[in-house]
Design a protein around this ligand. Structure first.
Ligand code: AVJ
Length: 323
């Protein structure tokens, strides 16, 4: 356990204090992913209601060969850099295709979780001993800085799957894509998985599943603050609420206070009041259409080549090439 001074100096404590002082209140979804949060997210990915992971897996299962063809590889060597690699289940299908074609593959998975990376690295090495795996433990933000420093002669494929971009608003998303584009050399490729706008009921079910796992995921943020910051949030006094605006394509998650309550933040000595039905905004999960994709990738120097879609037409992986 950290001392109160150590807690006060963490990014987490500073972000929580600031976020709970705003109106409306908010805390970044990046704080969902502690050990418990990682476990709950693994469960989410297997839910019937959470279609995203299955849809993108189907794309890789059916179109890995077409994806590799579209890369228009200039040599027999390729370097894959994956942001937020996680368990790399989908990437494994792509690596299989590349490897079967006799190409030399260097795989650099980047993830915030060292333990997840360890598992992923052993899994790849076991299935494909011929592939060089160089894991990098870092957050997305730090990863972008690191990417500039990775020297390489071979053509690169950047991967950002799972509609992870959706956690950023469109301005942040544009900045993020710009950062990736700046780390790319001419002919390098970028494959990005984006969830589509679709029947709002399908989307709402994905973020408010019938088994209550997404609610657990959201409420774990309160437990995490209690564990790491010494707060005493009572999770039974909050309700998980998911919304979707079919006009903008923005899904949002909130923790709504069931009654007027006060929460003490020990590291700064402040008491935060939550009125009855006041919310803490915890996540955005943006859904995309062509117009939005064009907007985000405009003026990045990336040229859109192709997209690959699942049979339900729920999800797309877009391929871009640096010019
Ligand atoms: C990992 C950001 C893609 O927004 O769909 C799943 C996280 N949140 N259920 C998403 C999440 C609630 C997920 N991403």
């Amino acid at each position: 356990m950290k001392t109160i001074e150590e807690i006060a100096n963490t990014r987490f404590a500073k972000d929580v204090e600031r976020g709970l002082s705003l109106n409306p209140k908010r805390i970044s979804s990046k704080y969902f992913y502690d050990k418990k949060g990682d476990e709950i997210f693994q469960k989410i990915m297997r839910l019937d209601d959470y279609y995203l992971t299955r849809a993108e897996f189907e794309i890789f299962l059916n179109h890995s060969s077409a994806i590799v063809d579209s890369l228009e590889l200039k040599s027999n060597q390729i370097e894959i850099i994956e942001l937020g690699a996680g368990d790399a289940t989908k990437t494994l299908l792509l690596i299989k295709e590349l490897s079967e074609r006799g190409l030399t593959v260097i795989y650099k998975p980047i993830d915030i979780s060292a333990s997840v990376l360890q598992t992923t690295t052993s899994k790849i090495s076991k299935h494909f001993p011929e592939v060089t795996v160089e894991p990098i433990t870092a957050s997305y933000e730090d990863a972008l800085g690191l990417l500039q420093k990775i020297p390489s002669q071979s053509q690169k494929l950047f991967l950002f799957l799972g509609s992870n971009l959706g956690n950023l608003n469109s301005e942040e998303a544009h900045e993020f894509v710009l950062g990736i584009a700046q780390s790319m050399a001419k002919d390098d490729c970028f494959l990005i998985g984006l969830d589509k706008m679709k029947n709002p009921e399908v989307i709402l079910r994905a973020y408010n599943d019938s088994e209550g796992v997404t609610s657990e995921f959201n409420l774990n943020l309160l437990d995490r603050m209690n564990r790491e910051l010494g707060t005493s949030f009572d999770r039974s006094l909050f309700k998980h609420i998911a919304t979707y605006d079919p006009g903008t394509g923005t899904a949002k998650s909130f923790l709504v206070s069931k009654k007027r309550q006060s929460v003490h933040l020990p590291w700064c000595g402040r008491d935060i009041i939550l009125e009855k039905f006041e919310s803490i905004h915890t996540e955005i999960s943006q859904k995309y259409n062509e117009v939005l994709v064009e907007e985000i990738f405009a003026h990045t120097g990336l040229k859109r080549m192709k997209y690959f879609e699942d049979s339900n037409e729920y999800f797309r992986d877009y391929l871009f090439v640096k010019q």
